[in-house]
Design a protein around this ligand. Structure first.
Ligand code: IFM
Length: 444
C-alpha cells in the first residue's frame, strides 16, 4: 500500500473538551446537584460527587494533555460557583479559574472557555431559569461580563452557550434533565431565550474585550427517514433537521426565526444576525426517523437506530463519519471559521474509538481540502466524566478514570490521538499501527 500523510494546517488546534459539572466535583450550588440528590432519574442512582476532582487538581489532567501533544482545551466555568447568590460574586472561585487557565497556557494549551454548559445556579432556577426571559438575559449578561473582565487577560476565545437545542429538548421536552418538563412550548421558549441571551453575551463580551473571538457550540445530528421511500418518514426527518440543526443558524446567521420559533417570539430575529465570530460543531451521530401516529419522541417522530449497525455503548449512537463532512460543508457555506467543539463516543473497552477518531478526522481533513475553514478539533473527552442522566456508565474518555481512586489509565485511543497531534497529520504509519483495518479508506 502507498504511504500517505494527510497534513493539517500549521496552526491547527488539537484539543479535548470538558464541562465544569462533569469534571470539577462538588458543584453543590446548581440545579444538577439537587436533581442528582432528589429526582432519582439518573442511571444507577449515580451522582457527580467528586467527579474528576478538577476543582482540587485539574492540573494533573492538564499534564496528560501536554503529554498527548494537545495545544487546545475547551472547558467551562461554573456559574453557580462564581455567582453564589443573585448578584454576589465569589472572587476566590474566579481566582481558581484564573489559575487553571494559566496552568493550561503554561503547558502550551490554549483555553476556550464555555460560559454556560447545562448547569444553572439554584437561585436562578428557583426564579424560572431559562424560561424567564426578563430574568435570565440580564443575569447571564452580567455574569458573562464579570467573567470576561476578570479572566480576559488569560482568555479571548469564548463559547457563550453549549448546545442550546440539546438543553431545551432534554430539559423541557424529553424531561430527562432538570427541571424534567415535557412541554413543547416551554422547550421552544427556552431555546429562543438562549439565542437571545447569546446575542446579549456576544455584545457584552465585545464591549469588555474588543479582540475577543466569540461563538457557541451547536449540536448537529443527522436525521434520516428509516424507511427509504416512505414520504412521511422523510418529511419528518427534514422537519426535525430544520428545527434541531438549522433554526439556530437561521437566527444567528440570517436573522430569521424558523416558523416554530416565531410563534410568540418577543422580538424579531433581525438583531440576532451576525453574532458569531466562529461556529462550533458538536457532532456525534445519525438518527433514523419513523412516523409514529401516537406522537413519538417529538413532532410525531420516533427516533430509532439504523437496523444492524454497530452501536457505541448503551446504544448511544452509530458511527456515521459522513455526517461530519456534511455539517462542516454546511457551516462553511456561512463563511465562518469553524471549530469541531465536540466529537466522541462512549466506549468503555475502546474497541471502537480508534476507528471512530481516524474516520472522523479523515472527514475533517477532507473538509479542509474542500476549502472549509476548520481551525481545530476538540475530542469529547479527555477523561471519563459524569455523563448527566447517564451517570458514570458511559465512558467517553481518551483516559479511563477510576472514580474510587482517581487513578488514570490511557486507553489505546489516547496514544493514537497523541501521535496524530504530534504529527499534525494522519499518516499511513499511524493508521497502520492503530487501525490497520481502515487502510483501504485511504487508497486514492
Ligand atoms: O457529555 C455531553 C456534553 O456535556 C454535551 N455534548 C454531548 C456530550 C456527550 O453526550
Amino acid at each position: 500500500m502507498t504511504d500517505f500523510v494527510l497534513e493539517f494546517p500549521p496552526q491547527f488546534r488539537w484539543g479535548t473538551a470538558t464541562a465544569a459539572h462533569q469534571v470539577e466535583g462538588n458543584n453543590q450550588n446548581n440545579q444538577w446537584w439537587v436533581w442528582e440528590h432528589t429526582a432519582q432519574r439518573i442511571q444507577n442512582g449515580d451522582k457527580s460527587g467528586l467527579a474528576c476532582n478538577w476543582w482540587q487538581n485539574a492540573e494533573a489532567d492538564f499534564d496528560h494533555m501536554a503529554a498527548m501533544h494537545q495545544n487546545a482545551h475547551r472547558l467551562s466555568v461554573e456559574w453557580s460557583r462564581i455567582e453564589t447568590r443573585d448578584g454576589v460574586f465569589d472572587s476566590a472561585a474566579l481566582e481558581r479559574y484564573r489559575a487553571m487557565l494559566l496552568a493550561l497556557r503554561q503547558r502550551g494549551v490554549e483555553p476556550m472557555v464555555t460560559l454556560h454548559h447545562f448547569t444553572n445556579p439554584i437561585w436562578l432556577e428557583e426564579q424560572g431559569g431559562w424560561e424567564n426571559l426578563e430574568l435570565v438575559v440580564p443575569r447571564f449578561q452580567r455574569f458573562v461580563v464579570q467573567v470576561v473582565r476578570t479572566l480576559g487577560d488569560v482568555c479571548d476565545l469564548w463559547c457563550t452557550i453549549n448546545e442550546p437545542n440539546v438543553y431545551a429538548v432534554m430539559s423541557y421536552l424529553a424531561g430527562r434533565m432538570p427541571p424534567g418538563k415535557r412541554e413543547l412550548g416551554a422547550a421552544v421558549r427556552v431555546f429562543r431565550n438562549m439565542l437571545i441571551a447569546h446575542v446579549a453575551a456576544y455584545q457584552a463580551i465585545h464591549e469588555a474585550q474588543p479582540q475577543a473571538r466569540v461563538g457557541l457550540a451547536h449540536h448537529m445530528r443527522v436525521f434520516q427517514g428509516l424507511r427509504r421511500r416512505h414520504p412521511v418518514d422523510n418529511a419528518l426527518s427534514h422537519l426535525l433537521s430544520d428545527v434541531f440543526n438549522n433554526s439556530l443558524l437561521m437566527a444567528l446567521v440570517q436573522g430569521r426565526w424558523h416558523w416554530l420559533l416565531r410563534l410568540g417570539a418577543p422580538q424579531s430575529a433581525a438583531k440576532l444576525r451576525g453574532t458569531l465570530d466562529w461556529i462550533g460543531l458538536n457532532y456525534y451521530t445519525r438518527q433514523r426517523v419513523m412516523f409514529d401516529h401516537r406522537g413519538g419522541d417529538a413532532l410525531f417522530s420516533s427516533l430509532v437506530n439504523t437496523p444492524g449497525v454497530i452501536m457505541s455503548d448503551y446504544d448511544y449512537g452509530e458511527i456515521y463519519p459522513q455526517g461530519m463532512l456534511l455539517f462542516l460543508r454546511q457551516l462553511a457555506s456561512y463563511r465562518l471559521p469553524i471549530y469541531v467543539t465536540e466529537n466522541g463516543l462512549p466506549d468503555h473497552d475502546d474497541d471502537l474509538r480508534p476507528g471512530f477518531i481516524v474516520q472522523h478526522l479523515r472527514m475533517v481533513w477532507q473538509a479542509i481540502q474542500l476549502g472549509c475553514d476548520v481551525r481545530g478539533y476538540y475530542h469529547w473527552s479527555l477523561v471519563d466524566n459524569f455523563e448527566w442522566n447517564e451517570g458514570w456508565r458511559m465512558r467517553f474518555g481518551l483516559i479511563a478514570v477510576n472514580t474510587a481512586t482517581q487513578d488514570r489509565t490511557w486507553r489505546t485511543s489516547a496514544y493514537l490521538y497523541r501521535d496524530i497531534a504530534r504529527a499534525n497529520a494522519l499518516s499511513s504509519a499511524i493508521v497502520c499501527q492503530y487501525t490497520p483495518e481502515l487502510q483501504s479508506l485511504f487508497v486514492a
